[in-house]
Structure formats: C-alpha cells, structure tokens
Ligand binder design. Sequence first.
Ligand SMILES: Cc1ncc(COP(=O)(O)O)c(C=O)c1O
Length: 443
Amino acid sequence: MTMTQEKPVKPASDPKSQALLEQRALHVPRGVSALTPLYAVRAEGSSLWDASGRRYIDFAGGIGVLNTGHSHPKVVAAVKKQLESGFTHTCFQVVAYEGYVSLAAKLNALVPVKAGHSNKTMFVSTGAEATENAIKIARAFTGRPAIISFDNSFHGRTLMGMTLTGKQKPYKQNFGPFAPEVYKTPFPIPYMGITTKVALEGLQNLFDTQVSPDSVAAIIIEPVQGEGGFNPAPAAFLRSLRNICDKHGIVFINDEIQCGFGRTGKMWALEHSGVTPDLTCMAKSLAGGLPLAAVTGRADIMDAPQAGGLGGTYAGNPLACAAALAVLEVFEEEKILEQAVELGHRLETELRALERDFAGVGEVRGLGAMMAIELVKSRESKAPDADSATKICAAALERGLILIKCGMHGNALRILVPLNASPEELELGFAALRDSFEVVYSA
Ligand SMILES: Cc1ncc(COP(=O)(O)O)c(C=O)c1O
C-alpha cells in the first residue's frame, strides 16, 4: 500500500522545542502532519512566540482563522466573561442560551439572501460539519440525491467532506470508498487554460453524461478556492452557475470557510460577483480562534430537515458564540473590511514586486487580501515547482516568518496574515519573505 510521505520536520534549534518534537513523534500519529517544528507558547496580533522564546510573524493565521488576530483583547474578554459568569456547556438542543440565538440573528442579517426571503442559521463546530450539514439540508429540501463539487476544491476531512473534495493527495488517498452520488466538474482556472467557457462546457458534459440536473440537490463551490491554490472563480462563471441552479431547482451552496469573514475585502467573497447564495458555510475566522462553524441560508431551505435532524452535542458552544459576537464587534469597531482592502493593495504591491524580480514566480493571484504566489520551473512550461515553495517556507521560518503552501501540487505560497496586522508586523513579514526568495533563488 502506498503512503503519503511527509518530509520529516527539521530539528528545532533549541533543546526544549526539540524535546517537544520528539514527544510529538512518540504520541501523535504521522497523519497529523507538522508543517513547522514550532511549539506555541503565546500569540498576540500577528505575532507568535515559540518554546524557545523566539517571535515569529504569522502569515498563516492558523490557516485563515485569525482575520482579527491572535488573542484579540475583546475576544479574550468575551470568552472570559462567559467562562467566569456564565456556563461552558448545556447542549443547545437541551437548554438554549442567548449567545447562540443573538449570533444567528446577526449572521442572518449579514449573509445576502434572495429578495422576499429571510435567513436562518445553525451552528456546528468545524468547517467539515458545516459542509456536511449544508448537503443534508439541500437533500432534505429538494428530495434529490446528487451533489456537484469542483476539481481542486477542499470541503473537509469527514466522509462527505472528503468526497466533495477535489484534491486526492493527501486528503483522500487510502481513505475510500467515498459517499455515493457526488460528481466533480472543472473549476475555472484561466492560468491553466480552464476558462469560464471550458468550465461551463464541463458542467454541461456532466449533465449530459453522468447526472441529470433534475437529480441534483446542490452545487457546492468555494468562490475563491483555498487549499486548491487561491483560485478566484470568475464572476461570470458564478453568475452562470446561479442561473443553472435557478433553472433546475438546484441549491447553490457557497463555501466561505476560508475565503469568508472579510478575507477578500468584503464580508463574503461571493459578494464580489453580485451572486446571492442559497446556503453559506462559514467557520475559521468566525470565532477568532474558538471552534465554531455555521450554515446560514434561506429559511425555507434551512427549515426542510425534520425536528431533531440537525444539531450536535457541542454545536454552537457558548464560549465560541461569545467569541464570535465579539469578533463581529471588532469588525465594526476596527473597520476590518477597510483594513482588508488596504492589506489587499499592499499584498498586491509586495507580491507583484516578487513576480517582477524572480522568474520562478509563474503567477500572483487572489482576491483582496487572499493572495498566493504560484511557483513554476519556467514561465513557459508552467511546470509546478513545489521544491522551491518548500524551500522558501523553510527559509522564511529561519527568518522568523510562518508561511504555508497551497495548490494542487503544493507549489503556491498563500498569505493569510490577520487583516489587522500592524505596520511593524507587515514590514517584518514582507522583509523575511523577500529575503527568503533571494536566498532560495540565488542558491
Ligand atoms: C473551503 C473550506 N471548506 C471546508 C474546510 C474544512 O474546515 P475544517 O478544517 O474546520 O473542518 C476548509 C478548511 O480548510 C476549507 O478551507
């Protein structure tokens, strides 16, 4: 049986971190990979301190969870208050609490909804659970079995999440068989020659050869693909998809788990296209580091499952709801969306400069502050260069910058720095990034 081979993490530079790494290897399975040898001790804003006391600038944000930064004082205070003068758990289905309902009401007002309709929201704990539940809801509403998702997509690590996911290695490899009635179609990636036209022809071909549109309950799409390489779906494609869903009574599921919550300069990435979703999945930056996810959508669709059909023991944990309410206040008070737009411009300038100076950069792409750099062996061949991407991440870490990759071939560098990073943190981070490019490409 073949196994995905994760490269062993480089030894840590100090004895304490090295000892922790050794304990990890002893007690945690290798499937839970380690992208860095760091052990966190403290984190604040866009900075993290490891067991050796060294400060790192965090351009990964716990994979897009920290759009409002690590340990935001408002979030910390809200969680403390809930912890010290409230309760930690009741199970919402057994005994309700205000935080859950107030947060649902706020999200219902924030997510666009078809004219003449209103939204409802349910909470779960992880992004994968959100996509799972969106599929359950869409099936209950339509009474249809089939689901369509996209090549290069990522929707989670549960059975349905994995099945929806359009990236084999390492998420699906050796984990089949997968759930039935899930179909894949091309995602438009112009850099790879997959234009909107080509992607729409692919979908039509799927309808012609595999599954009739009147059997399809839902199409699920990330308006900007995350794990798959920070690929923004062209607005024209999203609008066509909306029309196809309307024509055939298919539920449009908008997976904003990575691209939502302000990352692209608007609250929801789909807003850039003017398309209104039926259901929206969110998680990550919703609760500033606490585990919380949600499905928000048209009330008539959300109400389709029978009473007791949705929920979960920990779903909508009171501490996480308190954190999310504080995150929404921070969005207002600190004008996070405006900061995101500004950060997007800054990223564009910094990354375009790298593109200008290093021939290994094949493309700089993204939307707002969700930007990635695709590394290639040559601009002509566009052959992915995962090796340089890995080397740049390692060089960045040596220079005090946490940087992670994405893309079908692990050859893109993605930036998910908190949207409210300070000028000093950004200076340090971008200087380390450029320095890492220089070191790797001059070697
Ligand atoms: C677009 C998207 N959907 C779903 C998920 C799954 O979320 P979680 O890891 O919280 O289960 C992710 C996680 O990276 C994601 O990026």
